[in-house]
Write a protein that binds this ligand. Structure first.
Ligand SMILES: Cc1cc2nc3c(=O)[nH]c(=O)nc-3n(C[C@H](O)[C@H](O)[C@H](O)COP(=O)(O)OP(=O)(O)OC[C@H]3O[C@@H](n4cnc5c(N)ncnc54)[C@H](O)[C@@H]3O)c2cc1C
Length: 446
């Protein structure tokens, strides 16, 4: 691992060692660039987080890698890790309806039965209107803005849909994919998610946990941990390096900011007015997650939703991680989690860990009848203060404008899943593009 004080100048500095930063650095290095990754925390992976306790592992950040993630899968193959991917067994889903009744769905037929005639007709209409006949655009890359989808919330754009289709398809989809409700997301983003579901992708996970992917990448490129970038060095509107929080600086011909937008806002100079305007006001869904390691297995569906439930709830989604990924939990004991979502998650995040865990456990009883405090061996609260970006109405247009604005600054690129379409795949796509831009800049300077 390089020592930053021994590095005075590199071709490209990548800020952030999440999957976007690491894959970006890998692409730069592969293209012949001399690269250095600077990471503020003491670990790589960013929002990919696998935690281990007594030999059992659980994903407390990114969960799924889909068979439609072409760029991620190609990279995994290049790293010789394809054999590490395990296809998850088909998950059963549990829905709690408005009367508190549980429905366990084990496939398409069960869903159609639950939706009834009206709900099934709505599903067919959405499939035609948003899927087959809808305006084409890529699922994981933001290339174009479709104004009529971007200008309305998902709730407004899908106002024609009946309650069952909303409760058992749309709401779980927005909650599970973007940590938010139909009111706080554009129809554009909801359509992209709906199309992803229509492709019925397979779900993969890494045999040793998802963190093994960024860790493998970090073995290929130089990464310095515990180094916080606080600003950019500029000369005549050209970025020429980074300022570190400890007062040191490192020069570079190109800097790629692969942090979340809020962190990028703190690094981007005030003088870069237009990119700063978007970065300072970027919609996102923070998450408070509570994990419980129990002393016994719990039979249940892998994923449970209680979204249509009439009482006020903060945690409408739960995963039984032992059911979804038995290979990570050799003890066979249950690890269950409770997920909060926007717009309630900020209120939850303001509470203490004890209060979050207490409330979450009470609410989990809806999904796991008979659940007892006495079964808890260990619990942990994970705070994703950023969570994931949430594309509200107008955000596709704003993001495309941001990219155009940012491209005017020589020596600087932005890449992160949140500027694209949220998933890990989107981060890798954006990182590849930033790496190519950096390499082009280097050639022009040479
Ligand atoms: C709970 C949860 C579940 C998810 N589930 C899925 C899923 O199932 N499938 C999927 O595809 N995606 C999922 N995602 C999204 C996915 O995890 C992210 O899209 C992806 O990991 C983002 O990677 P990134 O590198 O773009 O950003 P990050 O992982 O956020 O990395 C940014 C890095 O920058 C560092 N940094 C910040 N500021 C500085 C600074 N000043 N100086 C130096 N370094 C800095 C941070 O410490 C961090 O390591 C999930 C996300 C969460 C939170």
């Amino acid at each position: 691992m390089p020592i930053v004080s021994e590095v005075s100048k590199v071709d490209v500095i990548v800020v952030g060692a999440g999957i976007t930063g690491l894959s970006t650095a890998y692409a730069v290095q592969k293209a012949g660039g001399n690269v250095l990754v600077l990471e503020a925390s003491d670990h790589v992976g960013g929002r990919i987080m696998t935690r281990e306790r007594n030999g059992d592992k659980v994903e407390v950040g990114q969960q799924y890698l889909l068979s439609t993630y072409d760029n991620a899968l190609a990279l995994i193959e290049e790293l010789g890790m394809s054999g590490e991917l395990i296809e998850e067994s088909r998950e059963a889903y549990q829905y709690i309806d408005k009367k508190g009744r549980s429905h366990v769905l084990d496939g398409e037929t069960d869903l159609l039965r639950l939706l009834g005639v009206r709900g099934a007709a709505d599903l067919a209409r959405a499939t035609l209107q948003l899927g087959t006949l809808g305006k084409p655009y890529p699922t994981y890359d933001l290339e174009t803005c479709v104004e009529e989808y971007d200008n309305v919330t998902a709730n407004e754009g899908l106002a024609w849909a009946g309650e069952k289709f909303r409760d058992f398809v749309l709401r779980p989809m927005c909650y599970g994919n973007a940590g938010t409700s139909l009111d706080h997301l554009s129809l554009f983003d909801a359509t992209r998610m709906f199309r992803s579901h229509l492709k019925k992708p397979k779900h993969f996970a890494f045999r040793q946990g998802n963190l093994s992917f960024p860790k493998k990448l970090a073995e290929q490129v130089p990464v310095v941990l515990n180094v916080k970038v606080s600003g950019l060095l500029t000369r005549d509107d050209t970025v020429v390096g980074v300022q570190l929080a400890d007062g040191r600086s490192v020069e570079a011909r190109h800097v790629i900011l692969c942090t979340t937008p809020d962190a990028a806002a703190r690094i981007t100079p005030e003088a870069f007015t237009r990119p700063r305007a978007l970065l300072d006001d970027f919609h996102h869904s923070p998450l408070a997650l509570a994990f419980f390691h129990l002393d016994r297995p719990v039979r249940s569906a892998g994923v449970s939703f209680g979204i249509a439930y009439p009482e006020k709830r903060f945690f409408n989604l739960s995963i039984n991680h032992t059911v979804t990924r038995p290979f990570l939990v050799p003890s066979g004991k249950a690890i269950i989690s409770a997920w909060s979502a926007y717009p309630d998650s900020p209120e939850m995040l303001a509470k203490s860990d004890e209060e979050i865990a207490g409330r979450a456990f009470e609410e989990l009883k809806l999904f796991y009848p008979g659940l007892s405090h006495e079964w808890i061996e260990h619990n942990e609260v994970v705070r994703h203060a950023w969570g994931y970006s949430r594309h509200a109405p107008g955000d596709c247009r704003r993001l495309l404008e941001f990219r155009d604005d940012a491209a005017r600054y020589a020596g600087l690129s932005y890449a992160n899943a949140d500027y694209n379409l949220v998933s890990l795949e989107s981060g890798i796509i954006m990182g590849k593009r930033a790496a190519a831009r950096a390499m082009l800049g280097l050639k022009e300077l040479a």
